[in-house]
Design a binder for this molecule. Structure first.
Ligand SMILES: [Mg+2]
Length: 439
């Protein structure tokens, strides 16, 4: 096992962020000096679980974050600090509802069946005016006032106005060995996307979590705010987190989704995996689209650019961006449902859970649809949930996901998310006042 103290001495690391991501996607840490890291590597850093979103009480014993030394990332912008993703334990046993634990359990199940899930994520985000500016105006504004094109996607000028930030993040990903390969201005004014290579799903999950931390931190240095909120502006395209996924053999060298004789070059196993994902779509939506705001991105009316680029039905297709799942090339699927709020660990976990049950049950995904779902929606295609509340009802009813994601996780997730829904119901919005004040 990598000795963190030795690594620190060689690389000039003074502090470690012993870090974990809670159920709501909040990254939490203790900043530990190198002099104390050996003890932490053995026993973990202590946290009061109730102070995080993990469904623990103030009476529960301390939980400990044990650093996963292989996940170490030396902060490229502050090399005296290193980040390590941790595993949570309580009373000497893994905390079963912790997102990374849920993913690791699923990875273990897949490994037993001889499979390795590989994923790549496409993180979309908005660059907004800094929080200070927003507090004064009370209005969320994009950072670049000149970014106003009706069809802003790939806008070279707007991209290059953010060159300093975007190129810096891309250089850092290069330095970290992630294999970044493209950066663009996305379809909403103020919206960007940066892509790096796919990897095994745990590596991608750690990178996904770290990417959000990096984007937010560096944007602040430039007086901006990087937001992964699913739908910050009603009339603009929302921020998705499309995930490309494929199942490989246990050596990680052979892609089991590939079959040159199969439909669109994909194997029976691939279609069974997809069948599982589609059959659980309404339920897994509560995890891929985990906030009240998420449901304003999917099922949305057409945006200023002409398309939402997000799905509205449980359907799959070939190379067509109007469905929930796309087959971009004959080696993988792209699920276009998840949004920027999705938990980096729970996203691959729930797709793997549904896919493995699809394989076990030989689930048929049905025929693909090749229509433009925005213009000529197929009436037979099942609609996605309209609200977080609907999706949670589906999740709660899914016996399959309960068995594969674990009862501890399902109970805590549903409880915490129902709490969030109830807090939302307690709000009175500007729209309600506009519509009903004079009724
Ligand atoms: Mg995109």
């Amino acid at each position: 096992m990598t000795n963190l103290y030795e690594v620190a001495r060689k690389k000039g690391i003074k502090y470690f962020l012993v870090s974990f991501t809670d159920t709501f996607g909040v990254m939490r840490s203790k900043l530990v000096p190198t002099s104390a890291i050996s003890g932490m590597q053995k026993n973990g850093a202590g946290f009061a679980g109730f102070a995080t979103h993990l469904d623990l009480t103030p009476a529960d014993a301390d939980m400990f974050a044990i650093p996963d030394a292989d996940s170490i990332i030396q902060l490229p912008w502050k090399p005296e600090v290193a980040w390590v993703s941790s595993d949570l334990v309580i009373g000497g046993a893994p905390l079963e509802q912790a997102p990374k634990q849920v993913l690791k359990n699923l990875i273990g199940k897949a490994a037993k069946a001889g499979y390795v899930l590989k994923t790549g994520v496409e993180c979309e985000f908005f660059l907004l005016a800094s929080a200070d500016q927003m507090c004064h105006s009370g209005i969320v504004k994009k950072a670049d006032a000149m970014d106003t094109q009706g069809k802003p996607c790939y806008d070279q000028h707007a991209l290059m106005r953010q060159y300093d930030l975007i190129s810096r993040m891309c250089d850092y990903m290069e330095q970290l060995g992630w294999g970044p390969y493209q950066n663009d201005h996305e379809d909403g004014n103020g919206q960007f996307e940066m892509n790096w290579n796919y990897a095994d799903c745990l590596t991608t999950a750690n990178r996904h979590a770290f990417f959000k931390f990096m984007a937010r931190t560096l944007a602040e240095e430039y007086g901006m705010r990087a937001s992964f909120m699913p739908k910050p502006f009603a009339g603009l395209t929302g921020s998705g987190c499309h995930m490309h996924f494929s199942l490989w053999d246990k050596t990680g060298k052979k892609n089991l989704f590939v079959d040159s004789k199969g439909e669109l070059g994909l194997s029976k196993l691939a279609y069974n995996f997809l069948g599982g994902v589609l059959s659980e779509a309404s339920a897994l939506c509560a995890i891929t689209n985990p906030t009240v705001n998420s449901y304003k991105r999917i099922n949305a009316p057409v945006t200023a650019s002409g398309a939402t680029w997000s799905p509205n039905t449980v359907s799959y297709t070939g190379n067509n961006r109007t469905h929930m799942v796309r087959i971009p090339e004959p080696d993988r699927f792209e699920i276009r449902l998840p949004d920027g709020a999705t938990n980096p660990y729970l996203l691959p976990a729930v797709v793997l859970a549904a896919g493995l049950s699809g394989i076990a049950n030989k689930t048929d995904p049905g025929k693909r649809l090749d229509t433009n779902m925005y213009e000529t929606p197929d009436a037979k295609a099942k609609k996605l949930p309209q609200t977080l509340h609907d999706a949670l009802n589906h999740l709660e009813a899914s016996k399959g996901l309960r068995a594969s994601m674990g009862a501890e996780f399902m109970d805590s997730y549903i409880k915490l998310k129902r709490g969030e829904w109830n807090r939302y119901l307690g709000q009175v919005s500007a729209w309600e006042r506009e519509s009903y004040l004079d009724t």
